[in-house]
Design a protein around this ligand. Sequence first.
Ligand SMILES: [Zn+2]
Length: 332
Amino acid sequence: MKLRFGFSALMVVAGVSLASAQTDTVESHVNAARKAAGGDFGGVLGAICPADRSTIAAIGAARRPRPPGTPSVPDRASWYAKPYKVFDNLYWVGTKVHSSWALKTSAGIILIDTLYDYAIQPEIVDGLKALKLDPRQVKYVVISHAHGDHDQGAALLQSRYGTRVVMGAADWDATLKRDASYAGGVPKRGPNDISVGPEGAKITLGDTTVNVISTPGHTPGTLSLTFPVKDHGRALTVAYSGGTAFNFPRTAENFAMYEATQKKMGDAAAAAGATVLMSNHTEFDGAYDKVRLAQLPRAAGEAHPYEIGAPAIRRYFEMTSDCAEAQRLGMK
Ligand SMILES: [Zn+2]
């Protein structure tokens, strides 16, 4: 009896230690990510924490940038979207798939991302005009990261309007190595352009400052942002996530870097008091629907459709961090 008791006790001790070792597993991080997401962020969760992890590579492949020099313009009905004013000082000039935002200041416009080359004229240039904004007033363009779906309009804005291009240092370096035949052309890095290092940058134009945060992971030079908007005169802060999908080289180091910068961005969003979350793909932040919902009248005290609150933003970056950690652990 004594021996059996001892054996049972040993099993209990072993069981406890086994359980604590298993709290840090692929499954535990996927579960933590799902819990953090709650009923929100299904688009991101499906992309980077799918139930079947083998689908991640396929999702990444589907998101690969449009190859340089791709001649044909996709059927306009598949991407064209009307532009909208979304906050007092923020305008959406994106496609059905990708977002481009124009932040109006007292001294011109800061544009965030530029879409594929075929969309720059109809969506951004003509879109700004339709919203009674002057594309010649685009003083800065912030490129969230150097993939074709976000950066192919940069060269046109720079050469046509003298727009200053803001990019992460590593993504600038990659951009300057491109062939001249790259769709949309290759922007030049002149003395007025801004190359953002790990320390980040502050871009001030007139009465508005955009806080640029270096968040490498999706690409080595991915930038995320916090910036102020007004909703019928009420001041709010946006946290803008500059890179989401896992279509980068699948190494443990890359996932660890991604995870660290999600935590960093979660802290930056909290420090800025952000209650609005934005992304650069409409599938990730519901932009296509939300910019339209923002046009509807609201009851007194009803929040803007983009205002999800600080706790939800904290949960978002916990989710992305846990999804990356699940991938990192799954590589071993
Ligand atoms: Zn990308």
